[in-house]
Design a protein around this ligand. Structure first.
Ligand SMILES: Cc1cc2nc3c(=O)[nH]c(=O)nc-3n(C[C@H](O)[C@H](O)[C@H](O)COP(=O)(O)OP(=O)(O)OC[C@H]3O[C@@H](n4cnc5c(N)ncnc54)[C@H](O)[C@@H]3O)c2cc1C
Length: 570
């Protein structure tokens, strides 16, 4: 048994920022990551992080842009807190040594991003996540965080029943040896990121499979907003690899097959810098109306000139050359909407504590403190990781200290249950079985096809059928590799079980929400319906029925007349 005060699952920005709070408060703080921490998806973030650090800017304006961007179902208490804390959170990183890009006078440089009325996105060239993650990793090493890298979270454990039920730790597999370990902790923080890999075309790392969200649901902590999936307007046509919104922030245009800009038809004021849901729908409409080429439109940066591209956008130039064979200095880049971000996650209060499982916390993309509601603004996610990593980290320290010396009980039955789960999977015969890669392909293709930018009941029903088929097939899933060490076949099979659960929750929630709001567009319900749908849909795992059931949770509001719902125009 490995015992720590605080157990953090996930070593991306949110996990490492929370770990910093735990370890500097003198608590034994451990981080588990299924890959080396520096390979976490946070490292891929390009464009930047929002904060009203310019004296001409005001955090209240940032909060208003976020409430509006979220299409009015973001939780206003969390949004206010995030935007007010943002400048300090960025300055903390700066003080730790994060190499942000600078203006001539030495202040942190900021660029424009979508859906916002001020250029408030701080950046480190087009490698912002990379710079931030390395900075927090240095802090983790320096301060003595226990790091279990290449450990895979199988399930969260709990102790007690009814009202005294609480999180007690987890069971994780050391991928290097295949050995299972039991962890015991006073508080468990889920920081496992999003699940964009549920969709065939996406910008996410292979690891973004929502393991922590699914495990939390299995342990009795509901998810919320799972129908809200963000499609980024500029994924590369053939791979879905991201071309940052920062490129449009620098002045890039979107053009169709006819070579003309089209955004003035959809967002006359903000044009290419309208919010992501608006731009993605515009692109899909152009493509469906025949103004695309091979399912893509084009992102044109030629007018920005070679020098600016080389200085501020070096990575996106290289990605375009390597993956699309196009040098953006000379040619426009083919792009299309691609699954990018999951607004939903583990439902928490504004400090990151699960609304129903004591001792369980969540931060970053895995959480639904709901600062993004129906649609996340670009550069608000890196911000969420460092603000809520910090706030949740402090809350966990408070909680852990209050718990005193008392430890929750960890039962060895949990360990044997997981050993059995893996043994069963390895013993599944090929004969009459289903290959995990095939199940995954059918599931992610169906989600891409039928639960995407535009949705309606017939398509969602088709997606549901595919999810239910995958759910049936995983019971007969076999893996080819039966070894213990570095069994990636086993890891991907376990990840698939999580994706299937999240697919069920996503499609059920999407069928339930009979309106169009944020990233969720129902063609048969084209309007937003504030009377009935100003709520979060929660998703619960029913252990006995082995299915996802739905509930509702009110949107948390604050007393601010500016936040009253208005028509969303850009
Ligand atoms: C290509 C790309 C570019 C982006 N650019 C921006 C941007 O410019 N600005 C912005 O604000 N946002 C951006 N985003 C979004 C943002 O980067 C992410 O939402 C954010 O970094 C997520 O951080 P996180 O700490 O929550 O999770 P992640 O960084 O995804 O880390 C998850 C961690 O959990 C661990 N983990 C997961 N499952 C398990 C398991 N079963 N067992 C053990 N460990 C596990 C992983 O190993 C990893 O350490 C971008 C996203 C992408 C995909």
């Amino acid at each position: 048994m490995k015992e720590h005060d605080i157990l953090i699952i996930g070593a991306g920005l949110a996990g490492l920022r929370a770990a910093f709070e735990g370890v500097t408060a003198g608590l034994s703080t451990a981080v588990i990551s299924k890959i080396h921490p520096l390979r976490s998806h946070s490292c891929a973030a390009q464009g930047g992080v929002n904060a009203a650090i310019n004296p001409k800017d005001d955090w209240h304006d940032h909060a208003f842009d976020t409430v509006k961007g979220a299409d009015y179902i973001g939780d206003q208490d969390s949004i206010d807190m995030m935007c007010e804390e943002a400048p300090q959170a960025v300055l903390d990183l700066d003080a730790m040594g994060c190499p942000f890009s600078r203006e001539e006078d030495g202040t942190i440089a900021q660029r424009a991003f979508g859906g916002q009325n001020f250029p408030r996105t701080a950046y480190a060239a087009d490698r912002t996540g990379h710079a931030m993650l390395h900075t927090l990793w240095e802090q983790a090493i320096k301060n003595g965080v226990f790091v279990y890298d290449e450990y895979y979270l199988l399930d969260i454990t709990t102790s007690g029943t009814g009202k005294s039920k609480r999180a007690s730790g987890c069971i994780a597999m050391d991928i290097k040896t295949g050995k299972l370990h039991q962890f015991n902790a006073k508080a468990v923080v889920i920081a496992t990121g999003g699940f964009g890999r549920l969709f065939a075309s996406n910008t996410n790392a292979m690891t973004c499979t929502g393991d922590g969200v699914a495990a939390a649901m299995r342990a009795g902590a509901p998810g919320a907003d799972l129908e809200m999936v963000q499609f980024h307007p500029t994924g590369l046509r053939s791979t879905g690899i991201l071309i940052s919104e920062g490129v449009r922030g620098e002045g890039a245009y979107l053009i169709g097959k006819d070579g003309k800009r089209f955004m003035s038809k959809y967002a006359p004021n903000k044009l290419e810098l309208a919010s992501r849901d608006v731009v993605s729908r515009a692109e899909m409409t152009e493509i469906m109306n025949g103004n695309g080429v091979d399912g893509a439109v084009f992102l044109d940066v030629r007018h920005l000139g070679r020098d600016l591209i080389l200085e501020r956008l070096p990575q996106i130039r290289q990605l375009s050359i390597d993956f699309e064979g196009v040098d953006p200095i000379d040619e426009p880049i083919p792009v299309r909407p691609t699954c990018h971000y999951t607004m939903g996650g583990i439902r928490t209060d504004k400090y990151g504590q699960s609304i129903s499982l004591k001792g369980l916390f969540a931060a970053g993309e895995a959480a639904c403190v709901s600062v993004h509601g129906g649609n996340r603004l670009g550069a608000n996610s890196l911000l969420e990781t460092i603000v809520f990593g910090k706030i949740t980290g402090k809350e966990v320290v408070r909680f852990t200290k209050e718990e005193g010396k008392e430890r929750p009980h960890s039962s060895t039955k949990d360990l044997s249950a997981q050993q059995k789960r893996i043994a069963t999977l390895k013993a599944q015969p090929k004969q009459g079985g289903k290959r995990q890669a095939d199940i995954r392909e059918s599931l992610t293709d169906a989600m891409n096809e039928d639960c995407s930018v535009f949705r309606d009941e017939p398509r969602l029903t088709k997606a549901m059928k595919a999810v239910l088929k995958a759910k049936k097939d995983i019971k007969k899933m076999y893996i080819d590799d039966k070894e213990d060490a570095f069994n990636t076949d086993l890891v991907t099979a376990l990840e698939l079980e999580n994706l299937v659960l999240l697919g069920e929750a996503t499609v059920k929630s999407a069928l339930e929400r009979k309106e169009s709001r944020g990233a969720h567009t129902r063609e048969e319900f084209p309007d937003r319906d504030d009377e009935n749908w100003m709520v979060h849909i929660t998703a619960h795992w029913d252990k006995d029925k082995e299915e996802v059931t739905l509930g509702r949770d009110p949107v948390r509001t604050v007393d601010n007349p500016k936040y009253a719902p208005q028509e969303r125009k850009y």
